[in-house]
Design a protein around this ligand. Structure first.
Ligand code: 3H9
Length: 670
């Protein structure tokens, strides 16, 4: 097998080049090749200095994650990085793309770093439930100080070359298109400089105030995760003990995290997210439809949010409403949202104008005729949707994709109201649509393969994580929400309180519990609005005007600042319904809440898989992580079931009398 590493000589400079697509991950062959090449450079008397660079789209993007959990092949990455740093001849890293994780650590082990302006440096291991385990936690603070090291390791966001240069991580920013030559020129300049600068030989003073402030600032973001605290502890160690001792601590913490379920869950999601974009039975190279302009029907919260995704990606949008007032209100909200991002420094003022400039608001439905993709985002009513699709059928250009943002309804029925069901697809965005990363792409019976593939590719362009779902009531996410809600409501009558159920869900790691969610979304959502037809606690609350946060009363009472407190009135209503239904009271434990609200979700997920409404279990996990805030360190409901133990989940479901999915019963669930 040919090595992904080759060398080139340029006078007394040895250039070591990695060519390991797609992202130059530091797998065994790359590490072995690098070790051999650096040894060659050290041994060769005609060589004075070395350059390490990569071909393709990026410098090393990290350790090869697919090797984790398998037997380690020599040399281990930490050993390789130490060996590079110990070289008696200077080594220069020439960086383009993203030097991430182990890639960043290789660069930090080099004595000098040059980078193109578009390059980024980062240690995103924390997002995989890990820490930079090849000396990164010890070299970063020594080179860039405690604050930046904390930011980079515990939060995992990469920094641009310019920032890295300002912080002392990059020695020279070179021209975008002459990295190879500029790196050689730089190497010649430093070839004879002594002493050779080594990060490990530097020291960094303890800074407890910065550490305390950083930990406090990020308390919410880190809640429930193990890895951030371990990253922080390693950075602190770098300020307290000699390098070699710090490295030992880093190794021990790295191995602890690596063996834990959190990292396994986060690595699962890393691959699950990428897997989700692959559609069974459709070749990867299928010809896509060209989407130059998008039409959106409805300028409400959803329509506006959906439009913003495309505008932000530079795709013009025509947005249609029935009334001028609604149109103005909708576009006003979009502008306000963009301006809020600009105030926070996330957008430049000219980007706001650029996005809004690409929006064409209109009352003229016929304006949709020029659109290549039209997304209907009106309220959930089958007749209204059928009517809209019928009208679209007569005016949309041939080959235009017709999408519905429905959260529940049958895409096949909607498609049947057109003469081109092959062009119809579901695009279920989650609210707020300009923020939430999930997109459920609903494949109808007749949806054409190129329509599906085009929408999946477009999702990536607008920075969504897309998952293919089949036609089933509520698709993947909302369908799984239903059994959870049914059980939560029953538990109220049996003796649990909304506070207890929500607390169990929040302790599990969800951003909020089912009743907090109901209050936020609106208790009146889906209510039939017939005061004479009160069938459960929720109807009773809705009929009393307890519509949630917007009315300062729902399952909780709220003060003016929307702080919730338990509601005596809700307790009364629950009691009334308990008596009316003759439901016996019992002491509901937290464990029972887990078994009765979370296990049924796993069960529903298993049914969805059995019915072929999701392509794979990991897609279901992606839906729950990106659409509903399931804690990523638990890897999604299906991964969690595995860590919880399928037998335990099965026993729990049977104990509470659920009808259990066959695959859970016969152990074929994967
Ligand atoms: C680490 O370094 C530990 C060390 O500190 C200590 C060790 C002792 N390994 O994302 P894309 C695959 S931990 C293996 O679609 P993009 C990916 O699965 C690592 N495979 O491209 C996909 O495969 P497929 C720290 C990897 O252009 C393909 O490459 N580093 C790895 O949108 C394309 O990926 C990270 O966490 C990997 N490290 O984004 C960085 N990375 O085509 C992780 C990618 O079969 N990577 N693949 O589905 C990324 O963030 C993005 O891939 C990157 C490119 C930004 C680089």
């Amino acid at each position: 097998m040919t090595s992904p590493i080759r060398t080139e000589r340029h006078d007394d400079v040895l250039v070591i080049i990695s060519d390991n697509p797609p992202v130059n991950a530091l797998g065994a062959a790359v590490r072995q090749g690098l070790e051999a090449a650096v040894k060659q450079g050290i041994a060769d008397d005609t060589i004075k200095v070395m350059v390490i660079r990569c071909e393709g789209k990026t410098f090393f993007a990290g350790a090869d994650i697919t090797e984790f959990g398998k037997p380690m092949q020599e040399p281990a990455l930490p050993v390789l990085v130490d060996m590079i740093e110990a070289s008696s001849k200077p080594v220069v890293a020439a960086i383009h793309g993203t030097a991430l994780g182990g890639g960043c650590e290789v660069a930090l082990g080099c004595h000098y770093r040059v980078a193109v302006p578009s390059a980024k440096l980062g240690t995103p291991e924390v997002k995989l439930g890990l820490l930079p385990g090849a000396g990164g936690t010890q070299r970063l603070p020594r080179l860039a100080g405690v604050r930046l090291a904390l930011e980079m390791t515990a939060k995992g966001a990469p920094i641009p070359a310019e920032v890295a240069a300002g912080a002392g991580l990059i020695d020279r920013v070179v021209s975008e298109d002459s990295l190879a030559a500029d790196a050689i020129a730089f190497a010649k300049e430093v070839a004879d400089q002594r002493p050779i600068p080594r990060a490990s030989e530097k020291t960094v003073a303890p800074d407890p105030e910065t550490v305390a402030a950083f930990t406090k600032e990020n308390g919410r973001r880190f809640r429930g995760f193990d890895a951030p605290a371990a990253n922080i502890a390693c950075v602190v160690k770098a300020t307290e003990v000699p390098f070699a001792e710090g490295i030992q601590f880093e190794r021990q913490e790295f191995m602890r995290l690596m063996m834990g379920t959190q990292s396994a869950a986060q690595r699962h999601i890393f691959f699950a997210e990428r897997q989700a974009s692959k559609i069974d039975g459709i070749p990867a190279d299928i010809q896509l439809r060209d989407i130059k302009r998008v039409g959106v029907i409805g300028a409400g919260t959803m329509g506006g949010g959906i439009s913003m995704n495309f505008l932000s990606a530079g795709i013009p949008v025509t947005i249609v409403e029935m009334q001028q007032e609604a149109l103005d209100r909708g576009t006003g909200v979009m502008r306000k949202n963009y301006e809020a991002s600009a105030t926070k420094g996330r957008l430049k003022p000219e980007q706001v104008e650029q996005a809004m400039g690409a929006l064409t608001p209109t009352l003229d439905f016929n304006a949709l005729a020029e659109c290549d993709l039209i997304i209907e985002a009106v309220y959930e009513n089958m007749d209204v949707k059928k009517d809209i699709f019928g009208r679209l059928d007569t005016l949309a250009k041939p080959g235009a994709i017709l999408a519905s943002n429905t959260s529940y309804l049958n895409i096949d029925e909607i498609a049947a109201s057109t003469n081109r069901p092959q062009d119809v697809v579901g695009m279920h965005f989650f609210s707020p649509a300009n923020v939430m990363k999930l997109l459920e792409v609903v494949r109808g019976d007749k949806t054409a393969p190129d329509v599906l593939a085009t929408v999946m590719a477009l999702a990536k362009k607008i920075r969504k994580v897309a998952v293919v779902a089949g036609v089933t009531y509520g698709f993947i996410g909302n369908r799984m929400l239903m059994p959870r809600q049914v059980e939560a409501n029953k538990l109220l009558l049996e003796g649990a309180t909304p506070e207890q159920i929500d607390r169990v869900h929040v302790a599990f790691g969800m951003p909020m519990g089912p009743f907090q969610m109901a209050d936020l979304a609106g208790v009146d959502i889906g209510w039939h609005r017939d005061p004479n037809r009160i069938e459960n606690v929720r109807d009773a609350l809705a009929a009393e005007g307890r519509w949630g946060q917007k009315k300062q009363a729902g399952f909780y009472d709220y003060d003016e600042k929307r702080n919730p407190s338990p509601s005596p009135r809700v307790a009364e209503i629950i009691n009334e319904w308990r008596n009316k239904t003759g439901t016996p009271l019992h002491e509901v434990t937290d464990q029972e809440i887990v078994e009765r609200t979370l296990y049924p979700m796993v069960n529903e997920g298993a049914l969805i898989l059995e019915e072929g409404k999701a392509q794979r279990a990991s897609d279901i996990d992606v839906v729950w992580i990106y659409g509903y805030g399931w804690p990523v360190y638990r890897g999604g409901p299906m991964f969690w079931a595995k860590t919880e133990g399928y037998d335990k989940v099965l026993a729990g479901l049977e104990k509470h009398g659920f009808t259990v999915a066959e695959s859970l019963k016969n152990g074929t669930i994967k």
